[in-house]
Write a protein that binds this ligand. Structure first.
Ligand SMILES: [Zn+2]
Length: 439
């Protein structure tokens, strides 16, 4: 029997209402996630050097496939006069600006310049809002970048109990009413998962009493997820890097033998055998995402750091930096796979400051003379595609290169309408992540 037109119309309307109800509820309740990936010291020189070596000059990395490309101006202020700018950052003040939205002075871990005031971090705001939190790093988990998301300290050096005896850590001492070492603050925190190195700074019994499941091997990490909080510590300090120069070659001074310039021998990059026993950044990122996403209706904030792009550049070891950039790229692959096909997971890739390495002509294009060579140290790298790449390190003449003050890249899987900027500074990046997580 045919229904009347009105009845059929009512049926269609009801059916539409019933079908669209769960869809609308779903759209409102979708968890929102932010994955912030930081390449420590990963400026455009580092990206280009790594791309040339890993994929060839015409090749593409995962970071090259992110559709949004912007830049971040890194802001730093003077310790004794916060009105005065400083043009080169360290990882502590830079990570603090991303984690808290406040520009501070070098060495600060989520504390204000001069006043020592603790600045609330995105991790703490997330915890208050029921958003799950995690951090993954190839450094010690107490190192400046992760620490700025997890703790508050007047100085990045106050990592564990042993460091607290230093004069500079006095105000942070528990017996002085301070918050204790960075490791102590992590041990008593509500972070859901934290993976990296730095076992030397932690006390397993305190971790256990605070409800942390301690994971200490690559094999144990395979058994994630566990219920409750997870702390994975896979080495005493920073994790070993994936690549090194063959015969441990690094950048060296050029010689002038009276007749001509003698460049150091060209070398390739080879796997570092020490890295075999620790999980890759990719694996740690995969495990952290799975742990944070499980039965999660509110969303999560995850910070992923490839730390040793910077640490290896300080030591003039380009192969180390290349291998760590590859680790970041692989971790990004995992994040993008998780984020594929929806706009609920914002993936950001950026750096905290520039580094010393510079891609220079090799050999020099200038007429041959004793002055046509780098006064810094030069590494000549044999690339798998058959080229020679000159990488110069020349920020100083000491045992350790220094950071540089360039703006750093920002790549994203999409640009959320809230807080979009043509160029960002780090407090704007903080606001963008916060808006996206609806908190
Ligand atoms: Zn550094």
């Amino acid at each position: 029997m045919l229904l009347s037109v009105e009845k059929r119309l009512l049926g269609v309307v009801l059916l539409f209402a019933i079908l669209s109800l769960p869809l609308r509820l779903h759209a409102q309740e979708n968890p929102k996630n932010v994955i912030l990936i930081i390449g420590d010291g990963m400026d455009d020189q580092q990206i280009t050097i790594a791309r040339n070596y890993l994929r060839g000059a015409g090749g593409r990395l995962a970071i090259d496939r992110l559709p949004i490309r912007s830049a971040v101006q890194v802001l730093t202020v003077d310790e004794s006069n916060p009105e005065k700018p400083v043009y080169v950052a360290d990882s502590a003040n830079s990570a603090t600006a991303m984690a808290t939205g406040v520009v501070t002075s070098r060495g600060r871990i989520a504390t204000a310049a001069q006043s020592n005031l603790a600045l609330k971090s995105i991790t703490e705001i997330a915890i208050e809002n029921g958003v799950r939190t995690g951090a993954v790093t190839t450094a010690s988990v107490t190192d400046a970048t992760p620490a700025s998301f997890l703790a508050h300290s007047v100085n990045r050096g106050c990592q564990g109990a042993i460091n607290m005896r230093k004069e500079k850590c006095t105000v942070d001492r528990l017996e002085r009413g301070g918050k204790g070492s960075i490791a102590h603050q992590i041990s008593t925190s509500s972070i859901d998962i934290l993976l990296g190195g730095g076992r030397q700074h932690f006390d397993a019994s305190i971790l256990k009493s605070q409800g942390f499941h301690l994971v200490e091997s690559k094999e144990a990490l395979e058994h994630l997820p566990y219920n409750g909080k997870v702390l994975g510590l896979f080495s005493e300090g920073d994790l070993p890097v994936q690549l090194r120069g063959e015969n441990n070659h690094k950048a060296e001074f050029l010689d002038f033998d009276g007749q001509s310039i003698v460049a150091p021998p060209a070398f390739s990059c080879i796997p570092n055998p020490l890295a075999r026993n620790v999980p890759s950044l990719k694996t740690m990122t995969e495990k952290a995402i799975a742990h944070l996403d499980r039965n999660n209706e509110r969303g999560f904030f995850l910070m992923v750091e490839s730390a040793s792009i910077d640490k290896q550049a300080h030591r003039r070891q380009p192969c180390g930096s290349i291998g760590e950039l590859e680790q970041l790229d692989e971790a990004l692959g995992v994040a993008l796979e998780f984020a594929a096909g929806d706009t609920n997971t914002l993936v950001l890739v950026t750096a905290d400051h520039g580094q010393a390495a510079q891609l220079v002509p090799y050999p020099s294009m200038l007429p041959k003379s004793e002055n046509a060579f780098s006064i810094g140290r030069l590494a000549v790298i044999k690339t798998p595609e058959g080229g020679l790449m000159g990488v110069s390190y020349a920020t100083n003449n000491a045992a350790y290169e220094e950071h540089t003050g360039t703006q750093v890249p920002l790549m994203m899987n999409f640009m959320p309408p809230e807080g979009a900027q043509p160029v960002f500074d780090q407090p704007q990046l903080f606001s963008l992540m916060r808006f996206f997580l609806r908190m």
